[in-house]
Design a protein around this ligand. Structure first.
Ligand SMILES: *Cc1c(COP(=O)(O)O)cnc(C)c1O
Length: 311
């Protein structure tokens, strides 16, 4: 059934199943942003590199980060809702290099939206830093912090959870939201390209319908991998999700030993800054799915207070 459909049509089909309370027309306009990608007919080309190995190219959007896949439509929808409800939003973003440019691109000059973006000064590539600091629109503010990505993201989470900050914003009639994958609006769009990759393999006649496959996902905050995890739960025949890390491989530890231990870890800067993360946000969502709310809360509290968790 999906075989004859385009990326956009499949996206709309899948989003419908989530019963999101947003008009069809708005959804259509949001996903039509994929038309601005390198190839409007194929925003995520699937390339074969060996007999049984494919690459899902997610870098064909305006900022070249795969974050565009979610942030382009998400930015449109949020700005539309803000205008419709006559609300002003402050969007916070913490970035290790790629989320920042993609967030700024999608929200630049959008009515009813302001963006504050925190990045680790010296922790991103020069191209990423310039993508952010040369952004000219006057509704965005980019701040290089003395610290690493975990510091930036933890500042973001503190602000999101702070009643005094919210109150101060409310007095000015401003609501608060986030552009990181702590926001589920990101994850929902990141489920779709995993499904589409399978559709593309079917279209190219490389796999039989229902035949299982492995997917390998470079991970930092675990948003991309979480999208695959949810796609599997929705019925996509993923046999295994393999998580690729750099030297900041705390997720490797968690998956191979079952322990998440920050006590003897220091974040190390690498040439893959998007994966220079030790406090990986979306792990909480997997724990929640596997262990339920109460146990997840205990584990997350343990991680915060004792710097380790043992699921
Ligand atoms: C964001 C990003 C990652 C990490 O993805 P998560 O969803 O945070 O796990 C890895 N590589 C690149 C190039 C990225 O932009």
């Amino acid at each position: 059934m999906l075989l004859k459909k385009s990326y956009k049509e499949i996206t709309l089909d899948i989003l419908k199943r989530f019963n999101i309370d947003i008009e069809e027309e708005i959804m259509q306009k949001a996903v039509s942003l994929y038309d601005t990608f390198d190839d409007a007919n194929d925003p995520t080309p699937l390339k074969q590199i060996e007999d049984d190995l494919f690459v899902n190219e997610l870098y064909h959007g305006p900022t070249r980060a795969f974050k565009d896949m979610a942030l382009q439509p998400f930015g449109y929808i949020l700005s539309h809702l803000a205008q419709k409800l006559n609300e002003e939003y402050l969007i916070l973003a913490a970035t290790s290099g790629d989320t920042g440019p993609a967030t700024l691109d999608t929200f630049a000059n959008k009515p009813n939206i302001k963006v504050a973006c925190l990045y680790p000064d010296g922790g991103t590539s020069d191209v990423q830093r310039l993508q952010m600091t040369t952004q000219k629109s006057d509704n965005v503010k980019v701040i290089g912090i003395h610290g690493n990505f975990d510091d930036a993201q933890s500042a973001l989470k503190t602000l999101l959870a702070s009643p005094t900050f919210k109150e101060a914003l409310e007095k000015k009639g401003i609501k608060l939201s986030a552009a990181n994958s702590v926001n589920f609006g990101r994850i929902i769009f990141q489920i779709i390209y995993h499904i589409y990759a399978y559709v593309a393999m079917l279209k190219q006649g490389k796999i039989k319908n229902g035949e299982p496959f492995y997917t390998i996902i470079p991970s930092g905050n675990f948003g991309n991998a979480l999208g695959a995890y949810y796609a599997k739960k929705m019925g996509l025949p993923i046999e295994k999700i393999l998580i690729a890390s750099n030297i900041n491989n705390i997720l490797t530890d968690l998956i191979t030993t079952g322990v998440y231990d920050l006590r003897h870890r220091h974040l190390l800067q690498t040439t893959s800054p998007a994966m220079d993360i030790l406090i990986s946000s979306n792990v909480e969502r997997v724990l929640f799915d596997k262990l339920g709310a109460t146990r997840t809360k205990e584990l997350m509290d343990s991680l915060k207070e004792k710097k380790h968790l043992y699921p």
